[in-house]
Design a protein around this ligand. Structure first.
Ligand SMILES: Nc1ncnc2c1ncn2[C@@H]1O[C@H](COP(=O)(O)OP(=O)(O)OP(=O)(O)O)[C@@H](O)[C@H]1O
Length: 299
């Protein structure tokens, strides 16, 4: 696969930006002197390319000509006001929905995993069996146990999901993704329902697994601090358009120091300056056919 430098990526994006797209604010985050180089050699990640990606639901245009490049192994956070199109973008990347315009290359769908806000575990299956779901072979249980060990839940393998806390349930969901060795992990506000401390624990876990495995991560979050804590780049979507692509060049693991706070505040100000558009209520899903890939993830 051709390697693409950051400048190529940004340049390519700028060159191909449609005329109606607003000029993005792409100012650089401050680089801390002496910060350890944290660029890994990501060989396990999937490169993502979107060109003029659009999505409409009936008359409602939700995404407008999104052009984006994500490098293999990058961690990208997506923020924006409620209803701006963040989840729609992730659903398109996962193949859970089809674009109305443009093109999308997110690699092999079988190497993509999705984490939702709720863990969606099978209540009648023990934790290890939830993780082993969809695995073939005699070593399925062993692989599931290994994945559980990586998320710190080896000792709860034989537990029922109902007996786990919210944070533990999300750890199981993470193990269920990891066991398939994903090249692209799509995270749709997976920590949104957790208390503040559990959330920080989970952020650290996700970061350490990302560092170890080198998958590409796209995280939708409402929490600007979470985006600054985890992402190489933060994308802001405003009314279905990519309005900001900000590189976060703070050393990892990130401390919530003055440089962190300044970036957080800057992003927050930018998000709050965007018009608040009331999301429309989507139609009831009851009669909608569920695409095959969704059946794999949404169990
Ligand atoms: N299946 C659908 N049918 C019709 N409209 C939809 C459908 N799915 C999403 N929408 C609409 O598309 C817009 C964007 O929705 P999306 O879920 O992507 O927003 P979001 O930025 O993720 O919001 P939130 O932060 O509240 O989760 C909203 O106006 C929503 O009502």
């Amino acid at each position: 696969m051709m390697s693409v430098t950051e400048i190529d990526v940004l340049q390519g994006w700028q060159d191909s930006r449609p005329a109606e797209m607003p000029e993005p604010d792409r100012a650089q985050a401050p680089v801390q002197r002496g910060s350890a180089a944290r660029r890994r050699a990501p060989d396990g990640g999937q490169r993502v390319a979107l060109d003029g990606l659009g999505k409409a639901f009936g008359e409602r245009q939700v995404l407008h000509g999104v052009d984006l490049r994500v490098e293999a192994g990058e961690f990208v956070a997506v923020i924006g006001r409620s209803g701006c199109g963040k989840s729609t973008l992730l659903r398109l990347l996962a193949g859970l929905d089809l674009p109305s315009a443009g093109s999308l290359d997110a690699g092999d769908p079988s190497a993509t995993r999705f984490m939702f806000q709720e863990a969606r575990l099978l209540p009648w299956a023990r934790v290890v069996d939830n993780v082993a779901l969809g695995l073939d072979g005699a070593d399925a249980r062993e692989r599931a146990l290994k994945a559980l060990a990586q998320v710190g839940l080896a000792d709860r393998a034989n537990e029922w999901p109902a007996r786990l806390s919210g944070g533990q349930r999300q750890r199981v969901a993470l193990a269920r993704a990891l066991v398939h060795a994903p090249r692209l992990l799509l995270l749709d506000e997976p920590l949104g329902a957790l208390d503040a401390l559990t959330r920080i624990d989970m952020q650290r876990l996700i970061e350490s697994l990302w560092t170890r495995h080198g998958f590409t991560a796209l995280l939708v979050t409402h929490d600007v601090a979470e985006a600054v804590a985890l992402a190489d780049r933060v994308l802001l979507i405003e009314d279905g358009r990519l309005a900001l692509d900000l590189r976060i060049d703070l050393p990892r693991p990130r401390r919530r120091d003055a440089a962190f706070a300044a970036l957080e505040q800057r992003l927050l100000d930018r998000v709050l300056s965007a018009p608040d558009r009331e999301p429309e209520t989507p139609p009831a899903q009851g009669s909608v056919a569920i695409p095959a890939p969704m059946l794999r993830w949404a169990v």
